[in-house]
Design a protein around this ligand. Sequence first.
Ligand code: F0G
Length: 405
Amino acid sequence: MIVMYHVECIECSKGFDKGDVIYTCDECGGLLVVKYDLSKIELRREDLDGVPLSVWKYRALIPVEISPVTIKEGGTPLYKCDRLAESIGVKELYVKHEGMNPTGSFKDRGMTVGVSKALELGMNAVACASTGNTSASLAAYASKAKIPAVVLLPAGKVALGKVAQALMHGAKVIGVKGNFDDSLRLVREFCAQEKFYLLNSINPYRLEGQKTIGFEIADQLGWESPDRVILPVGNAGNITAIFKGFLEFKELGIIDSTPKMTGIQAEGSSPIVDAFNSGDRDIIPKKSPETIATAIRIGDPVNAVKALAAIYDSGGLAESVTDDEIVRAQKDLARLEGIGVEPASATSIAGLRKLVNSGKIDIDEKIVCITTGHLLKDPEEVVDICGEPIEVEADIEAVRRAVFG
Ligand code: F0G
């Protein structure tokens, strides 16, 4: 399959060869982006109608030419959440549950593309730093591709389910005594020295997989863009990727408008929100990020410049939420809608509630919140906030007492 694209720097527009193994511009250090000559790509609604949802449904806009490494990612449910909408006070609310991907997070969309790209480039080993989900996903796709994976995690700060996945899929799992930003610095250095392909979201190909969240939302809404998309922001790749997906669909004439991209961070790990509140296009990194939502415990997001551009260009917002607001939203999703998510994912709902309460979001908007990871990723946090189960003797009266008090 031939896909018409090229890679260029977002700062100085320097172009790179398709065969280059490169993550940032070698002239100015800028982030890279994959671009398509959309005037030469024929893709219409009719070509997509009736085709089952998956990342590879949109292959004409994915820069991979070999047969992909896939474990059937994408095609996640878009739930209409009327009880949650009523509780928050908005008219039309949907939740796109990315926790329903093969390894339980949206990272699988990026990894099916990123690991395929590694093979296409002749790179037969992969690595990443991670707050957990990226490592779980990379480990699974590397094993499917029969290549080794190395993952660097902030020691003691990654949810148990994610560590379990990375170990079980056979990655070399290394705990770094430091935070995520330290792990990312180290893995970038390691990949510059060794023949390991770096699959953090600084890699522009990974974002090409993640942009399919935008494609799918439009597809599931009957070729319409919602008014607003709200999602958690950590290393800031996903918000960038999803907006890119909507922009490409608009340029192709598949949809008529794009949503206001609204990024939510946890208080204590919110450099992008701080930059947005000051009207800046770049961040001041936070030294010691802290939050219950360990997936987004990041002080120096590598894609900050791209993410802020997506927020400003789309007319969106950035907001931060407290750990208590995150826990409330996590329970609301679970108990009003039956949707089980990890804490980071619940920031999208917590952020929506806060922005509605402060009057920054119009209650008539059609809103999609993205929940990025599954509840079972972080069972320890659940026990912390919900408590242990009640234990009783193996006796019917004891059961009755436990049920009826
Ligand atoms: N939600 C979850 C569940 C995540 O795991 C992440 C990022 C995000 C949101 C934020 O996405 O980085 O694109 O802004 N997790 C990364 C990881 C950092 O290593 O798993 P982002």
